[in-house]
Design a protein around this ligand. Structure first.
Ligand code: MN3
Length: 206
């Protein structure tokens, strides 16, 4: 059997660690990217190696045992890879409001950008424990939806294409905001890079 090489890599961060200050501190960015995201990538690769090993041995029980590690670390890798790109320094396009087709669809599906913002914030701040708040696109229904995912479950488990997501694991804000998750989510609107989110929507809407 041919050996299958599986090696996911930590994607490059598109800005410096301090670029999202004052909303997210350089210390948080450094830890979040270099420790947390990196660990998901490392653990995903390890789990996949073990999975392929089990596959070669036809060890189905072991393959099943590895699935939660693949889901957790694979989800963590997918989610953080999106997260870095939908944020941006205020000086380089972060903040503001969506434009174009995405803006129209937000108005259609939520009433207005402000109504969307409020609904998204309430849902995301209210997540019990660790997880993510998402704006997703349902390709079948051709509509936008707000969804929350526990742990590192990727949004694709809800049949939605992820457009924008906010990490509300404590590692994403605690060093700076302590227990004030609501303050972190309120501030993150200042660094959402809507142009990149619009690009994700354009690709999802094909
Ligand atoms: Mn995180």
């Amino acid at each position: 059997m041919q050996e299958q090489k599986t090696s996911y890599q930590l994607p490059e961060l598109p800005y410096d660690f301090n670029a999202l200050e004052p909303v997210i501190s350089a210390e948080i960015m450094d830890l979040h990217y270099n420790k947390h995201h990196k660990a998901y990538v490392t653990n995903l690769n390890t789990a996949l190696e073990k999975y392929h090993e089990a596959e070669t041995k036809n060890d189905v029980a072991q393959m099943i045992a590895l699935q939660s590690a693949i889901k957790f670390n694979g989800g963590g890798h997918i989610n953080h890879s999106i997260f870095w790109t939908i944020l941006g320094p205020i000086s380089k396009g972060g903040g503001g409001v969506p434009q174009g087709e995405l803006a129209k669809m937000i108005d259609r599906d939520f009433g207005s950008f402000d109504a969307f913002k409020e609904k998204f914030t309430t849902a995301t701040v209210g997540i019990q424990g660790s997880g993510w708040g998402w704006l997703g696109y349902h390709k079948g229904l051709k509509q936008l939806e707000i969804a929350i995912c526990p742990n590192q479950d990727p949004l694709s488990t809800n049949s939605l294409v992820p457009l924008m997501g906010v990490d509300v694991w404590e590692h994403a804000y605690y060093l700076q905001y302590k227990n004030m998750r609501a303050e972190y989510v309120k501030n993150i609107w200042q660094i959402l890079h809507w142009k990149h989110i619009e690009e994700r929507f354009a690709k999802a809407n094909i």
